[in-house]
Write a protein that binds this ligand. Structure first.
Ligand code: ATP
Ligand code: MG
Length: 438
């Protein structure tokens, strides 16, 4: 029996993991620039948390959750519900009237695996709790747009408003009337949805349903005065921050908790998995989950898998190369014994250092130095050892320099500085090193 990862679950192995780390570090730096604090929640929560927030009749809760039925617990399918549970549990609204939080981690949904759609997938998720100021909506969308821009990715931002408990039921009724007239032409899913969740018919991917709803009433024309005023201010703020967007009256989102502003970042480069990120406002959710009153919120999540796919398609991508600072090559017993302690000393001094523990040939060790993207190699041959020298080689420029080698006081600092190309270098623990890009 061959053991393999489960369908829809994926290992992220060296060679690929560097892109993931790069995406994550750009995200963390950006969230800090926008003054977000990190929060980490557990993966398992009570099933009830998701049923009550995402909604009993959503696809996620109806058929996509990984639930331990006997224990009534579920592996989180998204982050917002867990984050709000933590916000309420720890009284985070007391510490700060407006909380800006982000989290990064795996989510689980039992969907049909495809390119850009997995059963364990990863999201970065940001939430602002405690304000319904429309400027925050625009600020979050501007942050999402900036994030994609920093990777050189183009995506269009689509925006809608889903109204509030006051105006949405009125729209729902009108939409139902419209759908009833076309009931026979809808797909089976939408026939069912018409009864439980008619708004979802608007964003059904089935082309037949899509055609039927073209003339459907627009929620944007059914907003109450407060919601319509809010939506206008969101758009004014987007314009003020110079964020391009498109209105999309069909966007509903697959989670019931949304109110007012909803948005998606859509790309044309990923086939049917077009949404890279999505989110919206959920003004009643904190209270609905047993938290304090009047704590509106808004957030969005970006999916790692789709971002990574897009970056892998880029020909001019700039990902910092992760390599060693120095690979120490010892030839012969004595030299490799010295190399063994030298590598440890270098590591103690903050350098990324390695050696060939199996003491293969010079050719093979040079190959390893190359493969490990080392900026330098330091060669300790038997002859060199006798002369009391080692050879420091800049792997990029191939410049070599002999260094008097006395194990009791190795000082590589001066050489690292001298051998480095100053145009394209960075400092590591005070030492200048080459910065390479792949
Ligand atoms: P889709 O319409 O593609 O199913 P969604 O509306 O279910 O997306 P959200 O729940 O809002 O997506 O999640 C936000 C982001 O998380 C998506 O834009 C996408 O990038 C990512 N995402 C969602 N589900 C998956 C999945 N199964 N595999 C990979 N990424 C996903
Ligand atoms: Mg989905």
């Amino acid at each position: 029996m061959k053991l393999k990862a489960l369908n829809g679950f994926k290992d992220i192995i060296p060679g690929e993991v560097e892109i993931w780390r790069h995406v994550e570090s750009v995200a963390r730096a950006l969230f800090q620039r926008f003054h977000f604090s990190e929060i980490r929640m557990p993966i398992l929560e009570k099933t009830e948390l998701f049923a009550r927030s995402i909604g009993e009749t959503t696809d996620i809760v109806e058929k996509e959750m990984y639930t331990f039925v006997d224990k009534q617990i579920t592996m989180r399918p998204e982050a917002t519900a867990s984050l709000l549970r933590a916000y309420i549990q720890h009284g985070l609204h007391v510490a700060k009237p407006v909380q800006r939080l982000f989290t990064i981690g795996p989510m689980f949904r039992h969907e049909r695996p495809q390119k850009g759609r997995l059963r364990q997938f990863h999201q970065m998720d940001v939430e602002v709790l405690g304000t319904d100021n429309p400027r925050v909506d625009a600020e979050l969308m501007a942050m999402g747009a900036l994030f994609l821009e920093e990777f050189g990715l183009s995506a269009s931002l689509e925006v809608n408003s889903l109204g509030c408990p006051e105006c949405r039921p009125v729209f729902r009724k009108e939409l139902l009337r419209f759908l009833e007239e076309r009931f026979d032409l809808l797909c089976d899913d939408c026939k069912r949805r018409s009864a439980t969740n008619p708004l979802r018919v608007l964003d059904c991917k089935n082309p037949k349903c899509h055609e039927q709803v073209q003339e459907a009433p627009s929620i944007q024309e059914h907003l109450c005065t407060a919601c319509s005023d809010h939506f206008e201010k969101v758009q004014a703020a987007l314009q003020q921050l110079d964020v391009s967007y498109k209105l999309n009256k069909f966007m509903v989102r697959g989670l019931d908790y949304y109110t007012r502003t909803t948005f998606e970042f859509i790309t044309g480069d990923l086939g049917s998995q077009a949404a890279i990120g999505a989110g919206g406002r959920y003004d009643g959710l904190v209270e609905q989950l047993g938290g304090p009153k009047n704590k509106p919120g808004i957030g969005f999540a970006m999916g790692f898998e789709r971002l990574v796919l897009l970056l892998q398609q880029q020909t001019d991508r700039k990902i910092p190369k992760e390599g060693l600072d120095i690979f120490v090559i010892g030839l012969g017993d004595k030299a490799s014994e010295l190399a063994y302690s030298l590598v440890h000393d270098l590591r103690k001094n903050g350098l990324k250092a390695a050696m060939d523990i199996e003491m293969r040939s010079l050719k093979s060790q040079m190959k390893q130095a190359n493969k490990s993207n080392a900026s330098f190699s330091f060669i300790l041959g038997e002859d060199e050892l006798k002369k009391g020298i080692g050879v420091l080689r800049n792997m990029e420029s191939q410049e070599q320099e002999e260094i008097a080698f006395d194990l009791s006081q190795i000082n590589l600092d001066a050489l690292l500085n001298r051998l480095t190309d100053t145009k394209d270098s960075y400092f590591l623990h005070g030492k200048r090193c080459n910065k390479k890009m792949i």
